[in-house]
Each structure stands twice: as structure tokens, then as C-alpha cells.
Design a protein around this ligand. Structure first.
Ligand code: ADP
Ligand code: MG
Length: 493
């Protein structure tokens, strides 16, 4: 383990137009290691004036810089170069990610590999975007051009910091946009670490800008800014609603990837070991700080008691520990704020349902924002712990009687991000798949996420899709071009 991050409290500024820039107020905010509660970095806190500077840089890189003349093939090459540098420095980035988020190092390593894969995917896709020839009934040629939407403002959460940055930046850059990224204030370090790598790879200055700061200040300024053409946001539904209202004033394009309360549905006859494993993995991976967490575990009555028992037995073996230790399967939550939020749900849950395991702070840790993996059972779907996104290692197990009731409970939520169904009956599996009002359904698995396949939600889980060609689409405008081939005048007047 290198000690570079451990011992030095580094200072990071905002990254604008290829330069490190202090915030105009001079203000900084602390960034923590949630396992030790120690400050590991100080980061410039951007205000509206700083955001304005970043947007102007992105604006001029888009409107008058060399970027719009860069071919799609060249944009792809630059993205490949960036991905290569990320792969070469994967261990370093994984360590920073691990220390800043508290996630287990092994998971952080997977995340960084996924980051590189995401840039590589969009590198390859950049020059495979095609327009259409439109069969208009005229002596004319009608076709479409796919043009970048312009300056993209991108606001991301703290659960997968560098990966969420990649999901935003990679397709935007492939499309030819310029970007102002605002990382979550809890976890800006990996994005800042790679900020200069964009220019090193050959991206012109101003194409990628990073502003740090609080959501209500820096984030809100970005959303309101008239120089921003599109906002891509991943975060809470509450903030998503604020963003849509603010973006209405300038009618900028908005895509939202919000929260969920995703059902993970288990029928009698499902492979027992795989199912129990899948129930735990679905809700406890990344400390449960996952938008698609399978936090509502729906279990058919015939197997319910035994299933809760098996889950509980297996959950006892989840190894909580220091994030940098390779055997650790669960680290601390990301912040004091998140620890308090999850702890308050644990108290609510104890009043609403029964506790199978967990329910508090693990005794072995003197410091760090650790929470026990917690399983509530006999949960009513109307309970707060079944309706509200907790974003922590908290499972609500709900019994159901038959397929119809499973579907009804699964869909009885304002969210619609993801779901999973476990059964060996393929007829039942596909009936349930079709009935679920969600953007992602896994059958006999939960959480596998690949850049080739679309990601996004129904209902209050947001709109727009990320990843795959769908993610690229969101960064294009469509221009219709009509070329008259008939040299005679219109002759109307
Ligand atoms: P959490 O409460 O778990 O931190 P949020 O949805 O508040 O989740 O945060 C996700 C991202 O949205 C972060 O980058 C945060 O700074 C940003 N954010 C929070 N509030 C606003 C806001 N009013 N306008 C724009 N961005 C915001
Ligand atoms: Mg918030």
C-alpha cells in the first residue's frame, strides 16, 4: 500500500481551461477518510462566479476552440489514450477511491477497471454514429446530422465517484460536447486526480472542466447557468426535482438517474444458495450505497421463514473491516451525514418491523462510519423502510403469496429503477419481467452492470438512459437538412 494519500493532506483547486484555479472566495472544504474520520484533502469550494468561469471556458472551447473541428475518429483516439493511462494507474486510483469512499479495495479495483472500460467503449463508438436519409416525397435530399448538444453540466454522486464521472464524460466527449463536471463534495478526489490527464491525452483545454463544491451552491449555479445546454444528473430524487424546476427557466436538456427502492423477488423453487447469495449481494454490495440496491426483498410465503433464516446465517459472515484490507467485504458509510441518515432509518425500522440481524453500529469499531448489515423482516410495503431510499446496508424483507401479489407489491412504489426475479420457471420469469415497471430487470442475478446495455429508470427514478448507444444519444441534437434539387422557383406568388 502506498502512503502518499494516507499521510499528506493534499489541496486541490478547481480545474478550468486546463489550469488549476483557486475559488474566487479562497474557500476550501475538507474531504474525509470515512474509516478514520480524518481529513485527507482540502478542496476549493466553487461559488457561482467560479462556475461561471468554468462554463465560459467550456463555452468557448465548444464555440470557437479546435474541438468542434476534431473528427469523431480523433475523439475516439483521445478517449483510448485516457483509458490507457487510467489502466496504467489503476492501483493508485483504486486506493484513492477506497480511502475517500470507504468502499472495500477489491470493489474499488473493479470500479476503476469499469472506468477504463467505459472510456474504451465510447472511444470505439464515437465514429459509429450514423445519420439518416429521410424518404421525403420531393425532388430533394433530406438527411439528418447528429450534432453535439453543446456544453454539458454533469453532477454526480459519491457512491461510485470516478465511475459516475466516466458514465457522464465518456459519452459527452465521444459526441463532441464540452463538459463542466461537479463531483460530489464528499468524494471529489479521483476525478481531480485525473483532471490533467485529459489534456495529456490530447483533449484541448476547456473541453473538460471540474468545479468542486456544495450542491446548493456550485451545483445549483451550474443548473441555472444559461451557457449550459444540458444537465446530466445522478443523485437523489429530491435534488432531481429541484434540478428540473431550475432547468425549466432556460429549457436546457435534462437527464436524471435518481434513486430506487428496487424489489428483489424470490419464488419457491429458485436455486437456494444462489438466491440467498443474490439477496445479500443485491442489497449489501458497496455498503448498500447503490441506486439499484435490492432493498425490498420479496419472498414467497412458502419459503419465507427459511429464507430469512438462511439470509441471516449468511449475513453473519459478512466481513466488516478497514477498506484497504483485501478480505473486507463491507467498509464504513461515506460520511457522517450518511451515517446519521441510515442510523435514523434503523430506529424507524425497529418500530415498523422485526430485526433478523444488525440494527446498529458494529461494536468492534471505535471510529469510522460503520453500520451493521441489517435485515428487517415482516415488513409491510407501506412502511417507511419499504418506501424510502435508505442508501445503506438495510434490507426490508416482505412476504408475498403468489405471482400476482409479488407484481403488485413490486410495482407499488414511486420508483422504477431496477428489479430482479429469481425462479427456475421461465414462463413465470418472463411474465414478471414484462409486468415490472422498471428500467432494468435481472433474472436469477442482481446488479451486474455493463457499459454495453442501457441504464436508467421508469417513474420517479428519472428519465433518459446512460450507457450503450442510448447514453451517447443523450448528448446529440438532431438536425434535419433539406436540399432542394428542383431548380424551378416555388411559384406560389
Ligand atoms: P446525497 O444527499 O446523498 O448527497 P444528493 O442528491 O444531494 O445526494 O447529491 C448528489 C449530487 O447532487 C452531489 O454532487 C451534490 O452536490 C449535488 N447537489 C445537491 N443539491 C443540489 C442542488 N440543489 N443543485 C444541484 N446539485 C445539487
Ligand atoms: Mg444531498
Amino acid at each position: 500500500m502506498s502512503s502518499s494519500v494516507k499521510t499528506v493532506v493534499r489541496a486541490y483547486q478547481n480545474y478550468v481551461n486546463g489550469q488549476w484555479v483557486k475559488s474566487s472566495s479562497g474557500e476550501m472544504f475538507p474531504v474525509y477518510d470515512p474509516s478514520t474520520e480524518e481529513v485527507i484533502a482540502q478542496v476549493a469550494s466553487a461559488n457561482a462566479a467560479d462556475v461561471d468561469q468554468a462554463v465560459k471556458a467550456a463555452r468557448s472551447a465548444f464555440d470557437s476552440g479546435p474541438w468542434p473541428q476534431t473528427s469523431a475518429a480523433e475523439r475516439g483516439r483521445l478517449l483510448y489514450k485516457l483509458a490507457e493511462k487510467i489502466r496504467q494507474n489503476a492501483a493508485h486510483l483504486a486506493e484513492i477511491e477506497c480511502r475517500n469512499t470507504g468502499k472495500p479495495i477489491v470493489e474499488a479495483e473493479y470500479d476503476i477497471a469499469d472506468v477504463a472500460t467505459c472510456y474504451e467503449y465510447y472511444a470505439g463508438l464515437a465514429n459509429k454514429v450514423l445519420g439518416h436519409v429521410n424518404p421525403v416525397p420531393a425532388n430533394a435530399l433530406s438527411f439528418t446530422l447528429r450534432e453535439p448538444v453543446g456544453v454539458a453540466g454533469q453532477i454526480i454522486p459519491w457512491n461510485y465517484p470516478l465511475l459516475m464521472a466516466a458514465w457522464k464524460l465518456a459519452p459527452a466527449l465521444a459526441a463532441g460536447c464540452t463538459c463542466v463536471l461537479k463531483p460530489a463534495e464528499q468524494t471529489p478526489l479521483t476525478a481531480l486526480e485525473i483532471a490533467p490527464w485529459f489534456e495529456e491525452a490530447g483533449f484541448p483545454p476547456g473541453v473538460v472542466n471540474i468545479v468542486n463544491g456544495m450542491g446548493e451552491i456550485a451545483g445549483a449555479a451550474l443548473v441555472a447557468h444559461p451557457g449550459v445546454d444540458k444537465i446530466a444528473f445522478t443523485g437523489s430524487a429530491a435534488v432531481g426535482k429541484v434540478i428540473v424546476k431550475s432547468a425549466a427557466d432556460t429549457l436546457k436538456r435534462v437527464t436524471l438517474e435518481l434513486g430506487g427502492k428496487s424489489p428483489n423477488i424470490f419464488f419457491e423453487g429458485a436455486d437456494w444458495e444462489a438466491a440467498v447469495d443474490g439477496a445479500l449481494f443485491g442489497v449489501f454490495i458497496n455498503q448498500g450505497e447503490v441506486c439499484s440496491a435490492g432493498s425490498r426483498i420479496l419472498v414467497e410465503k412458502k419459503i419465507y421463514s427459511k429464507f430469512v433464516e438462511s439470509m441471516t446465517e449468511k449475513a453473519k459472515r459478512i466481513k466488516l473491516g478497514a477498506p484497504m484490507e483485501r478480505e473486507t467485504k463491507m467498509g464504513p458509510l461515506v460520511s457522517k451525514e450518511q451515517y446519521d441518515r441510515v442510523s435514523s432509518y434503523l430506529e424507524i425500522g425497529k418500530k415498523e418491523a422485526k430485526v433478523a440481524i444488525g440494527g446498529g453500529r458494529p461494536k468492534q469499531f471505535g471510529k469510522g462510519y460503520y453500520v451493521e448489515p441489517t435485515i428487517f423482516y415482516d415488513v409491510e410495503n407501506s412502511a417507511r423502510i419499504a418506501r424510502e431510499e435508505i442508501f445503506g446496508p438495510v434490507a426490508s424483507v416482505i412476504p408475498f403469496d403468489g405471482e400476482g401479489e409479488a407484481i403488485r407489491i413490486a410495482n407499488d412504489t414511486p420508483y422504477g429503477l431496477a428489479a430482479a426475479v429469481w425462479t427456475r420457471d421461465i414462463f413465470k420469469a418472463f411474465r414478471v419481467v414484462k409486468a415490472l415497471r422498471v428500467g432494468i430487470v435481472w433474472v436469477n442475478h442482481m446488479q451486474p452492470t455493463y457499459v454495453e446495455a442501457p441504464w436508467g429508470g421508469y417513474k420517479q427514478s428519472g428519465f433518459g438512459r446512460e450507457l450503450g448507444p442510448w447514453g451517447l444519444e443523450e448528448y446529440f441534437e438532431t438536425k434535419q437538412v433539406f436540399v432542394n434539387l428542383d431548380e424551378t422557383p416555388i411559384g406560389w406568388y
